[in-house]
Ligand binder design. Structure first.
Ligand code: 5GP
Ligand code: ZN
Length: 113
């Protein structure tokens, strides 16, 4: 998608702090971190949100979660971490390209606001 911020970040057209990269996914530090560790994992393919996941594209979502588990081990998130995907306006989704927030390094509360 030519006008999508996260497509441009995945393509390297907009700079970001890379955490992990492969043919299918890209992970980078959030520009406005909400925890000591806060990065985003996105598919390189443009998918608008969780609401657009289906049989044709769900394999990349499984891969994203494998990457998250691997990074959590490598980065030493032994005390726990949170994975969040905001879907739609009322849930607070501000970038319309599927992304999973991964947060760690502080105690977290539940329910979220
Ligand atoms: P959402 O609000 O859609 O759930 O999450 C979007 C996230 O993208 C926010 O946490 C925001 O800080 C982050 N973000 C927005 N623009 C940029 C950017 O240009 N670079 C980086 N690294 N993160 C961004
Ligand atoms: Zn996109």
């Amino acid at each position: 998608m030519s006008d999508c911020l996260f497509c441009k970040i995945a393509a390297g057209e907009i700079p970001s702090a890379c955490v992990y990269s492969d043919d299918l996914v890209y992970a980078f530090n959030d520009i406005d971190p909400q925890a000591p560790k806060h990065f985003l994992v996105i598919p390189r393919e443009h998918i608008a949100s969780c609401a657009e996941i289906g049989p044709g594209n769900s394999a990349v979502v499984a891969h994203i979660f494998e990457v998250i588990a691997k990074l959590a081990k490598e980065l030493g998130f032994d005390d726990g971490f949170r994975v969040v995907s905001n879907c739609g306006e009322s849930a607070g989704q501000s970038v319309k390209h599927l992304h999973f927030h991964v947060l760690s390094g502080r105690d977290m509360t539940w329910p979220p606001g």
